[in-house]
Design a protein around this ligand. Structure first.
Ligand code: GYE
Length: 351
């Protein structure tokens, strides 16, 4: 079993013994305390988890995945810190975990840049950092053990391939598409990937991408963003929302403006495409044809994190990047599968 902090303790103890022996001072030996903030961890694996916030249904499901996987009964102690969408809070949490000498740090980073220093501190303390959900943008990939999450650019490409296949099937002239993007938290991996998925498809297919506005993955901000879009652009007929909570807000704004969401874009509907599909709140909007397509994003990542920790405990090297499998949900039966990134993906029609 590899225990980085264990190795450090052994080295420190030996150093102290050397000092005692060479100085000839025979006082009581120093006992190093390895327990977490004064509490005994009685042999449990201690995990410091820096969650980025609680902005969406996806996030709540992801936090629940961590809590239900890393339980006391299974021999874990999970220290959960909510960063409330602020990178500075997440950094403080990591520094506290280092002080507490946790065994592992799991980090779901709010945005990608600026993590070098704090990750270096964790490395110096010998605590492995596992990235969950989003990525960090650092030059030295040894600053983290591995990343477990989703391929967000592929998710974006899948949603766009669904749109492409749908308009082709319905013989809708693509020059009639006027697309707005309500983006997620700017600088987060999920936003960067999904935004790229759409802008690449717009370039490839010559689509009119009218506007990109931030919605921070939050329902209220999705609503505000949609109100702004409706007041500025008359011809929007497709809204690509980078998560379901933004889509819920956008639908509120569209309906409050007396408009209708759905696939009949040639007759005034505004089509909603979004991401996540984690619960019935979102899936029922597909069943009611208010959202036309959702590219699934799987929040149940903790079992994979547990596999990584088990591998590390055995001294094995986990895979550096591992993505979860994800499909699509749609209100329409016209497209039953799409091809993206050289692979076929099933579309589940919800009724
Ligand atoms: O899609 C969104 C959340 O990073 C995958 O963050 C995550 C995204 C998810 O707020 O709902």
């Amino acid at each position: 079993m590899i225990k980085y902090k264990g190795i450090i303790s052994v080295i420190l103890t030996e150093l102290i013994l050397c000092v005692i022996l060479t100085t000839g001072c025979g006082s009581t030996p120093v006992v190093l305390d390895n327990s977490v903030s004064g509490e005994e961890d009685d042999g449990r694996i201690v995990i410091g988890f820096s969650q980025l916030g609680a902005e969406s249904d996806w996030r709540s499901a992801n936090s629940e995945s961590m809590r239900s996987t890393f339980t006391g009964e299974k021999g874990y102690r999970l220290i959960f810190e909510d960063g409330q969408q602020k990178q500075s809070n997440q950094m403080t949490a990591i520094r506290t975990f280092i002080q507490q000498e946790v065994d592992y740090i799991v980090l779901a980073p709010v945005t990608e840049t600026g993590w070098e220093n704090v990750l270096e501190e964790a490395r110096k303390a010998g605590i492995p950092v596992i990235l969950m959900d989003r990525m960090v943008d650092v030059e030295d990939s040894e600053l983290y053990v591995c990343h477990v999450g989703s391929d967000f650019e592929l998710e974006g490409a899948k949603a766009c391939e669904w749109l492409k296949a749908y308009v082709e099937k319905k013989e809708i002239d693509e020059s009639n598409l006027h697309i707005a993007n309500i983006q997620g938290t700017l600088g987060s991996t999920a936003q960067i990937g999904r935004t790229k998925g759409l802008s690449d498809a717009a370039k490839k297919y010559g689509w009119d991408l009218i506007a990109e506005v931030p919605g921070d993955f939050i329902q209220a901000k999705g609503r505000e963003a949609m109100e702004q879009l409706l007041s500025e652009y008359e011809d929007i007929n497709v809204v690509y929302c980078e998560n379901d909570n933004e889509a819920m807000g956008a639908i509120e704004a569209i309906e409050a403006a007396g408009r209708h969401t759905g696939t009949d874009i040639e007759n005034g509907d505004i089509m909603i495409i979004s991401f996540d599909g984690v619960n019935e709140d979102a899936l029922s909007l597909v069943r009611n044809k208010k959202i036309s397509c959702i590219a699934e994003c799987n929040p149940d990542l903790a079992p994979k994190i547990e596999t990584v920790i088990k591998q590390l405990e055995k001294g094995e090297t986990p895979q550096k990047l591992s993505y979860v499998d994800e499909e699509l949900y749609s209100s329409e039966e016209d497209v039953l599968s799409i091809n993206a990134g050289g692979r076929e993906y099933k579309v589940t029609v919800l009724r």
